[in-house]
Write a protein that binds this ligand. Structure first.
Ligand SMILES: [Zn+2]
Length: 309
C-alpha cells in the first residue's frame, strides 16, 4: 500500500498572532497520515504461553551443596551459586519468575548488584523467560553461545520446532562462550559443555562444590527431550539426529557426581517435597541413555509413519 504524502500545514496558512495560531493548526495536525479501511484485518492476538501449575509454584529455596542453592519453582530449576566475589545464576524458569527469584536471592543475602553472571541451558521461554528482566535489575553479565544468543535475541520467535508459539522478553547476550570455556568467579570455575539436543545451542555446565564434606562435581545438564520434533527430513535442521547423538556422548563424558536438570524431575529431583528432594539420584550416563532410548523410539515411530504413507 502506498502512503499519501502528508500536506505541509505551515507554509500556506495565513499568519495569525497570539494563542489562536496553535488552535487553528490543530485540525490539520490531527488529520491521519494514511487511511485505514474497516476491511483491514485486526492486529493479531497475543497468545500467552500457558504451563502447568507446578512450573509456576514457588517453593522455599533449598541448599544443594556448600555454595549451590535451588531457588526455582517446584517444576523449573533455577540455581544460585554464591562465591566470595558475588553470585552466579543458572536459568530462571518462566518470564513471570523474575521478582520471585530476586526475593529468593535477597533471602540468601544476595543483593541485585551481587549477581555477576547469568548462565543458562537453552533459549526457551520456560527457562530463559526472566533473564532480560534479571539482567536489567542486577546488571549481571548474560553468558550464552552463538547459537543460543540468536534465539535469545529473537525472544524465542522463529524457533525451529515451535515457530512463534513460545515467546519471551528478548535478551541481549553480553558474553559469548565456546565449548569447553570456563567462567571464573570467586575461585570457582563454571565450565560450559555444548550438548546439542533439545535445541542446537543447548549448554550444560559443570563446577566443583562440596557436599556433606566431600568434593562434588555438579553437572547442570540441559534437556534432551524432543517434544513433537520432526526428526526425519527436517528442512530447518537436516542433521538434528546427529546432533542429538553428539549431545548424548558429551553428557556421558561429563564430570558428574551430582546431576541437576532444567526440569528437576527429569533427573530424579522432587523439589516440592522437602523431605525427599533427591529420592532417585541419577548419573549423567543414565540420563543420556534414557534420552537416547526415547529418541530412538520416536525415530522408529516416524520411520514407520513415513513407510505407511
Ligand atoms: Zn525447552
Amino acid at each position: 500500500m502506498r502512503r499519501m504524502p502528508a500536506s505541509s500545514p505551515s507554509t500556506s496558512r495565513p499568519r495569525l498572532a497570539g494563542v489562536l495560531a496553535p488552535l487553528l493548526a490543530l485540525p490539520s495536525m490531527l488529520a491521519p497520515a494514511h487511511t485505514v479501511s474497516a476491511a483491514d484485518a485486526p492486529l493479531p492476538q497475543l497468545q500467552a504461553y500457558e504451563v502447568r501449575e507446578a512450573w509456576r509454584q514457588p517453593i522455599a529455596p533449598f541448599q544443594v551443596a556448600a555454595h549451590t542453592w535451588y531457588i526455582g519453582t517446584q517444576g523449573l530449576s533455577a540455581l544460585l551459586v554464591k562465591t566470595g566475589d558475588g553470585a552466579v545464576l543458572f536459568d530462571g524458569g518462566m518470564p513471570q519468575a523474575a521478582d520471585m527469584l530476586l526475593a529468593h536471592m535477597a533471602s540468601l543475602g544476595v543483593a541485585p548488584g551481587d549477581l555477576k553472571y547469568i548462565l543458562h541451558s537453552h533459549a526457551h521461554g520456560d527457562h530463559a523467560g526472566p533473564i532480560a528482566a534479571l539482567q536489567r535489575a542486577t546488571g549481571a553479565t548474560v553468558v550464552s553461545n552463538a547459537e543460543s544468543a540468536v534465539l535469545l535475541a529473537r525472544g524465542g520467535s522463529d524457533d525451529i520446532h515451535f515457530g512463534d508459539a513460545i515467546l519471551f522478553p528478548p535478551v541481549h547476550v553480553d558474553r559469548l562462550v565456546m565449548d569447553g570455556e570456563a567462567i571464573e568467579l570467586g575461585g570457582m570455575r563454571f565450565t560450559v559443555h555444548f550438548t546439542p539436543a533439545h535445541t542446537p545451542g543447548s549448554m550444560s555446565w559443570t563446577w566443583n562444590d562440596q557436599r556433606e564434606g566431600r568434593d562434588t562435581a555438579i553437572a547442570y545438564v540441559d534437556s534432551i527431550s524432543a517434544p513433537g520434533y520432526r526428526l526425519l527430513g527436517n528442512p530447518r535442521y537436516p542433521h538434528i539426529v546427529d546432533d542429538y547423538r553428539r549431545g548424548f556422548a558429551a553428557i556421558r563424558a561429563l564430570p558428574c557426581d551430582l546431576l541437576i536438570t532444567p526440569h528437576p524431575d527429569a533427573s530424579g529431583w522432587a523439589p516440592a517435597d522437602a523431605g525427599a528432594r533427591l529420592p532417585r539420584p541419577m548419573t549423567c550416563r543414565a540420563y543420556a541413555d534414557a534420552g537416547e532410548r526415547a529418541l530412538d523410539e520416536r525415530l522408529a515411530q516416524q520411520r514407520a509413519a513415513e513407510a505407511g504413507d
